[in-house]
Design a protein around this ligand. Sequence first.
Ligand code: PLP
Length: 393
Amino acid sequence: MDHAHIETRAVHAPVVEPSAGKPLVTPLYQNHLFAYTDADELSAVLSGPQDAFLYGRYGNPTSRSLEEAMAGLEGGAAALATSSGTSAINTVLMALLSTGDHVIAQRSIYGGTYVLLQDLAERWGITVTYVSGTDPEEIRSALGPRTRLLLLETIANPTTQVGDLPALIAAVRDAGVAVMVDNTFTPVTCRPLEHGADIVVHSATKFLGGHSDVLGGVAVFATRSLYQTVWKQAVVVGSTLDPHSAWLTLRGLATLPLRFARQSANALELARRLAGHPAVTAVHYPGLPGHPQHELATRLFHGGFGAIVCLELAGGREAGRAFIEAVRVAVLAVSLGDVKTLVMHPPSTSHKKLSPDELAAAGISEGLVRIAVGVEHPDDLWTDLEQALAKAG
Ligand SMILES: *Cc1c(COP(=O)(O)O)cnc(C)c1O
């Protein structure tokens, strides 16, 4: 290019790659095109996922690094990074389901997943049976000839119900049904693939990213063939994660075990203190011995019971609202998994449109507050919660 005109040289500026020395962390490949000199090589990359790249929607090296890291953490054969947690779930559903197929899903599934399933049911002819998520027999009797997928979550929101994954998964083992477990609430501490799941999904927006500055998702697969099927769908629907979000998520992963351990320890400490407070009528946290599935949670989760604590206030709806508006260290915001502690009162925010009866059916009392515990010092959090409880009292 040395003799080309200045416009041409400006466009074709040299791309410097290190001739020695490996980067210590994954570089941010903020580029969606890779150049080739051999047509056969280029066409091979179009045919399936591999460690070569040509166009961003098919994958990129930064996201691939995140995918390999997540496959390693979950003990899977391969993983797919997607533009959000919802997108991970949607891509799996679209890859595995056809019109007329049947899905069994836990009733207390994440709200966005429920909306997605209802949309598939109404517009694409998929049928869905909702089950409690605590009873293998109920799942077995829901099985039909077209059942393709069982959808579970490790800890239900906001009831904190824990399902017996090995037993629930065993209920469909011989039926040729794929099992997808949403592990967003228990990264690191629960590894659903070891309990027989075929697919694990995460909202990377939550604990994996950990700082509420990235929107992303990951699906991890027990087998490479399942991965390839879903990868093809991701290319078709365009659900690939962008490199910058992958890079931020990778940075988050480095401290995920540390953050999650601290968040779980903080959550347990706050749950214990809340349980002894006169303004609180109930605390839902799998780490408390009084939780209905405490024994099970001890078997399933290794190294902590998660960061989500739900409490019920004696003062009902008014108290719930007063509490979330009174916190000063914790922050009133949706979502979870952030380094900051976040509080929500579903009846006066996300579930405001539901009647008291509908709330009760969803297992949500009018005074229910969710705390997504962060990494702050537990004493500062407790001081904050105490003064908010006093205002809500
Ligand atoms: C947030 C969340 C999702 C959806 O993830 P997005 O990244 O917001 O699309 C799915 N499942 C659970 C359990 C979640 O908490």
